[in-house]
Design a protein around this ligand. Structure first.
Ligand code: COA
Length: 165
């Protein structure tokens, strides 16, 4: 851990990672020395993909983006940030509807550790309506998802839903 480095974490469930998440990662990368995309393994959500599958999907999605790593965490996100020497938590804001929830979490996180700030980035407007669940919904019903997820994620979704049918 180099204290002179500006490290940010980008936490989430990433079930699966979408082009909207990748867009945020690409915007964050040049702003920090290091960005750690970190998977919440104790999320309240019940993910379709295993931790290993989601980590692999993230790994492949960030290939070629300089200064970006992948990790996982459990427990509080601010404790993880502290452990890895990050001073910033990155979150994507897609629409006003995200704001209230994100505001609440950001303030709670600040109450836990004052030295860690949340930085909100806006994805390209073409991703404002995108979420992992909406991608599932379309994939499950055989719709086109190539504009929303990287190609290997599309293949994994197609495979998973074929098996489940
Ligand atoms: N493009 C596309 N979709 C996006 C997006 C973007 N740029 N940004 C967010 N989303 C979507 C996600 O796909 C996800 O969709 P889904 O609900 O359909 O799965 C949704 O927005 C939010 O997901 P995500 O950004 O992955 O966050 P999350 O809510 O799953 O994860 C944690 C939140 C894990 C970061 C948070 O719960 C956490 O930190 N937990 C640990 C415990 C803790 O410290 N809590 C905070 C103190 S109360």
């Amino acid at each position: 851990m180099n204290p002179a480095q500006r490290v940010a974490i980008y936490p989430g469930t990433f079930d699966p990672i979408t082009n909207g998440h990748v867009d945020i990662i690409k915007r964050a990368a040049p702003l920090f020395d290091r960005v750690i995309v970190t998977l919440a393994v104790n999320s309240e959500k019940r993910p379709l993909f295993s931790t290993e599958e989601r980590l692999e999907m993230i790994r492949r999605s960030i290939e070629g983006i300089p200064g970006v790593d992948v990790d996982r965490f459990s427990g509080l996100v601010v404790d993880y940030a502290h452990q890895v020497g990050a001073s910033v938590i990155i979150r994507g804001l897609r629409a006003v509807s995200d704001f209230e929830y994100e505001f609440q979490i950001a303030l709670m996180n600040r109450k836990q550790r004052r030295e860690i700030d949340t930085v909100f980035l806006m994805p390209d407007e073409k991703y404002t309506y995108l979420s992992s669940s909406i991608v599932h919904e379309v994939a499950r019903n055989g719709g086109a998802i190539e504009a929303f997820v990287p190609p290997f994620v599309r293949e994994m979704l197609a495979e998973r839903y074929k098996v489940d049918k």
